[in-house]
Structure formats: C-alpha cells, structure tokens
Design a binder for this molecule. Structure first.
Ligand code: NAP
Length: 294
C-alpha cells in the first residue's frame, strides 16, 4: 500500500506488532527511524532501509510522526519519562493497548510536555498490518488526525472516532465483548448439539447464518435504545425469557454447561421484575448500563 506522502516516521517498540508497523511504513516509502530496548529486533528493518536510533531521545524528532507500540502504558512512561524535554513539539500516536482512562491520562501527560497526542487501538494481527484488513482506530484532536491520516494510512484502514482520547480504547473493548459473546454463544450451541452426536463442522454454517441474521437487527434496535422506547414489534422480553428457560433445561438435560443461559435469564428476569416484560429485547440496555445489584 503506497501513500503519496513519504513523510518521516519513527516507531518506538519493535515487538511483533511494532516490527509490522515499521515494515509497513518502509514498504510505503516513509523514511523510518526505529528504536527498541532489544536493538537486535531491528535487524531486518535496518536491512530494509530503517535507521536504528541509539536512544529514544535521538528517535524523537519534531518533524517525524512518532508511533509508540510497547507492551503497556507503564512501559511507555518508563521509556518516555527519561526524555521529557525532547517531547516538546513531537506528534505522538500511541498504538499501545490499554484502557480509556490510561489513554486520557497519557494524552494529558504528553500535552503537558508540549507533545501532540493521538491514541489508537489496533484491531488486527501483525500479518494484516499494511493491508486494508488491518482496522486501526484513532481518537484525539481531529486536526492532528487529518494532518497525519495519509501517513497512518500506510498501516491499514484508519478510522477517526472523536476528540475524546479514550474512544479508541472504548471501541476496542466494545469490539472484544462482541467477539467473545458471539463465540461463547456458538460454543454453547455446539456443546448442546455434540451431546446429540452433531459435530461442530456441521453446526458451524447454521450458526453463522443465525449470527448474520441477528447482526441485521442491530441498527433498528439501536434506534430503540437511542429513543428510549422499546415497543415489542417482534417479540416481548417475557417471551424471550421463556425460551431462555427452555435453553437452560436443554443444557442441563444434555449434561452441558448452563452458566451462560442462566446469566442471560437472570438479566432478563431482573428487567421483567422492573416492569419491562412487555417490551422488546434491547430494553435490557438498562441492565447493561449499571453495575450488577448485589
Ligand atoms: P511484544 O511482541 O511482546 O512486544 C512488546 C514490546 O514492548 C517490545 O518492543 C518490548 O521490547 C517492549 N517492552 C516491553 N517491556 C519493556 C520495558 N520494560 N522497557 C522497554 N521496552 C519494553 O508485543 P506486541 O504483540 O508487539 O504488542 C505490542 C502492543 O500492541 C501491545 O499493547 C498489544 O496489546 C498491542 N497489540 C498487539 C496485537 C498482536 O496481535 N500482537 C494486536 C493488537 C494490539 P523488547 O523487544 O526489548 O522486549
């Protein structure tokens, strides 16, 4: 993926992901400076044209976009803390995973030292970096994202979410709950069917069809949530709750784990007890939107 702007970039952190990021910048023609605690990991990148900086202080340059990708935020402070004076005027894009509060705090910390700061979340594995399949989310000042979007575009499909620096991490977390919830639901069904001798490969296409069908409901349900009105045009929550009871019974009768359907039923029962039994499923947002009652 070639970008038109061969702006200089610096990549700090050359683990599995950092090396992929630096390689994508090189591939797109950007003059690329790299730094890593273990310099040997820069070997291939240097052979491909990267410049290995002897220290972070020398890697940080006011005219280069600096991408940070290390294990976690404490490592980031440990590394940059030694070079606070060199941060003045530097554009940082932090692609290290962390929480939304860590991102907001890092933005404050960097901005107090004169740096500009965008946070980011990589929703891809290293081999996808540099292709359109690598979705990378960004949040922070819109002007900074707009200025560096052509450079960041060398890494994959880059998306801007908003000025709140925590948004990239929050979207990342929201994506993870979607991924694990779909996988767990599929595993529950697979366990049920295996008890009757149906193998996982036979069930998978059927499960895929259901997941795609349910995904199509999301925009309409989202409108109900945003309006705060949940007319039961398709089915009422109390009807769903009866089906949940059936799923618990099936699971127990088949001798498979019933924890997941019990959790679903507990939440639905609480919403029904609060008077929402005649409303549609997304009314459960009220249960998800608060800590669980003791
Ligand atoms: P990794 O291979 O374990 O690399 C970790 C990086 O952090 C290395 O550059 C390592 O330096 C550096 N580091 C750790 N502790 C350090 C310390 N005390 N001082 C200096 N440097 C230190 O991890 P990764 O897979 O590249 O992941 C990096 C970030 O990307 C993480 O936040 C991860 O969650 C995120 N991410 C990764 C993936 C993925 O599929 N790999 C996907 C999405 C997001 P050394 O080389 O010297 O050890």
């Amino acid at each position: 993926m070639k970008t038109k702007t061969p702006a200089p970039v610096t990549v700090i952190g050359l683990g599995l992901m950092g090396r992929a990021l630096a390689a994508a910048f090189l591939e797109a023609g950007h003059p690329t400076t790299v730094w890593n605690r273990t310099p040997a990991k820069a070997g291939q990148l240097v052979r491909d044209g990267a410049q290995l900086a002897p220290s972070i202080g020398e890697a940080l340059k006011a005219d280069a976009l600096t991408v940070l990708c290390v294990t976690d935020y404490p490592v980031l402070y440990e590394l940059l803390g030694e070079y606070e004076a060199e941060l003045d005027g530097v554009m940082l894009v932090n692609l290290t995973s962390g929480s939304s509060d860590q991102a907001r705090e890092a933005a404050r910390w960097a901005e107090e030292r004169g740096a500009r700061y965008l946070d980011g979340a990589i929703m891809a594995i290293p081999p996808a970096i540099g292709t359109a399949d690598a979705v990378i989310l960004h949040s922070g000042p819109q002007g900074d994202f707009a200025a560096y979007e052509p450079v960041l575009g060398a890494l994959g499909t880059v998306t801007y979410l908003g000025a709140d620096h925590g948004l990239a991490s929050l979207y990342d977390a929201a994506g993870l709950t979607m991924m694990w919830s779909v996988l767990n639901a599929w595993l529950q069904g697979t366990a049920l069917l295996r008890s009757a001798g149906v193998d996982a490969v036979t069930y998978a296409p059927f499960a895929q069809q259901i997941a795609v069908g349910v995904a199509a409901w999301l925009p309409g349900y989202a409108e109900q949530i945003d309006k705060g009105a949940f007319p039961a045009d398709v089915s009422a929550l109390e009807t769903d709750a009866r089906a949940m009871e059936h799923l618990i019974e099936e699971s127990e009768a088949a001798g498979v784990n019933a924890e997941l359907p019990r959790l679903l039923k507990e939440m639905a029962d609480r919403a029904i007890a609060a008077g929402h039994g005649g409303e549609q499923y997304p009314v459960l947002i009220e249960e998800f939107g608060k800590p669980r009652k003791a």
